[in-house]
Design a protein around this ligand. Structure first.
Ligand code: ACO
Length: 457
């Protein structure tokens, strides 16, 4: 099969959010810290009756229904998540309820976990399956979902929640470019969840940012090496730079980090090419940074500012449109980078996207990270697969606008309720089904054996 990649994409986010300006006031921090400092506008969150299973049930059902797929046409389904409510039973097995009526039980795949990276691991697995001898001709479905919540304190405004489902198969309008994955993995305690009784992570915020930047550097270096060698074999005599990505999307813990990361990629190009013109063009004025070493610059504010300024045009063109959902819903963890992809598709026409290369950086603390790329098909004709994919996401902004704004006091109470009822047996979790978007799954009951039962609003 050729052009294996993403054929359809569905996104789910909660029907309620807290405003970041109001949250700044409520938390008693300086005005502008969350909005300007972190680049966040709003943050989506779930009441206790939504859990990782209900999020994934919702997004999978929406994808299958809206794409008019048959449940039999799916031969692999896997879930990337770090929202663990059961140490053994995979979310995937809960999703099998949706397939029950069709009789299709021949579906490979289970869950994959490593912080925000599980969705990307699942996407790679799905594409590998389609390209392998195990493939039986059917579609793969990749699901990623998380409820990102932090204890009160400086990390709390960087939460979020949501789920993404992606249909993977051949002849895709967004094809994964073969042989072009730059990966970096290492052992580090930047963000982890050792307390199995709590939804909250242990987080070293500053260290996590440093690790994220290091992963950007390493993944980009490897990606460039691989594409450069492909180009060499094809007789293309040219140095790969940021300009060769028409769009660049990132795992987005908060939007400001993404703008800094794009600037870092420009810094990488700059450091890699000692003969660049610093008198004219995009690198103008950067001569003082000629001798910097990447590993010395993770918290160098002068470098950060200079390259952020120099890359502002790139940011506006290549990355800013992808931050629509992240700025208004927050960090969804595993679906974050795919929410950025959806935001990009929601704001451009098929004609504008056709033929472009989208770079994607996925990061999961702990840590696992990859930079890979998607090639958008040339065919943007009405009713082409690309056109259908793009049109299916065009209501994203309207959906965001239709959510309900909840005051920070109520948000804090709901977080407390989640804490108190997390892992509680024999109860009906808090939350009103009337507050959910129509067609949303929710937990109806947790019985005395901690078995969960779901219903649809
Ligand atoms: N007006 C404008 N900007 C302000 C203001 C203000 N009044 N006050 C502060 N700022 C700026 C700061 O200068 C800083 O920006 P800078 O780094 O560009 O200088 C920014 O706002 C944040 O302020 P800090 O003091 O650095 O924030 P703090 O340390 O309290 O928390 C952090 C930020 C570490 C990101 C925290 O929210 C956190 O731990 N989040 C979770 C971890 C995370 O998301 N890590 C990212 C990768 S891993 C992952 O995805 C989970």
């Amino acid at each position: 099969p050729k052009d294996v990649g993403i054929l359809a994409l569905e996104i789910y986010f909660p029907s309620q959010y807290v405003d970041q300006v109001e949250l700044e006031k409520y938390d008693g921090v300086e005005a502008g810290k969350y909005t300007l400092g972190l680049g966040q506008k709003q943050m989506g969150f779930c009441e206790a009756h939504e859990d990782i299973n209900s999020l994934c049930l919702t997004v999978v059902q929406r994808l299958v229904e809206r794409s008019h797929l048959s449940w039999e046409s799916i031969g692999r389904l896997e879930v990337g998540t770090e929202t663990i409510i059961d140490k053994s039973k995979a979310v995937k097995t809960v999703l099998m309820q949706l397939f029950e009526e069709s009789g299709n039980t021949d579906i490979e795949g289970v869950d994959t976990t490593n912080a925000c990276y599980g969705g990307t691991a699942s996407l790679f697995n799905a594409a590998n399956w389609v390209e392998s001898s195990a493939w039986d001709g059917r579609y793969a479905l990749v699901v990623c979902g998380d409820i990102a919540v932090y204890a009160t304190g400086n990390a709390r405004p960087t939460g979020g929640a949501g789920a993404v489902a992606m249909l993977v198969g051949p002849d895709a309008p967004l094809a994964l470019e073969r042989g072009l994955r730059g990966t970096h993995m290492e052992h580090v305690y930047d963000f982890y969840k050792p307390d199995l009784a709590s939804e909250y992570p242990m987080v070293d915020g500053k260290l996590s940012i440093q690790c994220y930047f290091r992963a950007v550097d390493r993944c980009y270096a490897t990606y460039r090496k691989k594409i450069q060698s492909q180009w060499q074999k094809a007789g293309i005599d040219k140095t790969f730079t940021l300009e060769d990505f028409q769009f660049m999307i990132f795992h987005t813990p908060f939007c400001k980090l993404v703008q800094k990361s794009l600037a870092r990629m420009m810094l990488n190009d700059f450091v890699a090419a000692p003969n660049l013109d610093t008198d004219n063009g995009i690198y103008k004025g950067l001569q003082p940074f000629r001798k910097v070493k990447l590993e010395d610059t993770y918290s160098d504010k002068d470098v950060e500012k200079a390259f952020q300024k120099a890359s502002q045009g790139f940011f506006n063109q290549k990355t800013k449109p992808s931050l629509l959902l992240s700025s208004r819903n927050g960090n969804m963890y595993t679906p974050s980078v795919y929410g950025c992809l959806a935001s990009l598709l929601a704001q451009y026409s098929a004609q504008q996207l056709a033929g472009s290369r989208i770079g994607a950086f996925s990061y999961g603390s702990g840590l696992a990270a990859s930079l890979f790329s998607l090639r958008v098909s040339q065919n943007a004709a009405p009713d082409s697969p690309l056109d259908k994919l793009v049109s299916s996401l065009s209501d994203m902004e309207a959906r965001l606008n239709s959510r309900k704004c909840i005051p920070p006091e109520t948000f804090a109470e709901i977080m407390k309720q989640r804490e108190d009822t997390h892992h509680l047996v024999n109860h009906t979790p808090h939350g009103s089904k009337e507050d959910l978007f129509p067609g949303t799954w929710y937990t109806e009951r947790v019985d005395d054996k901690n078995r969960r039962f779901y219903a649809r609003s």
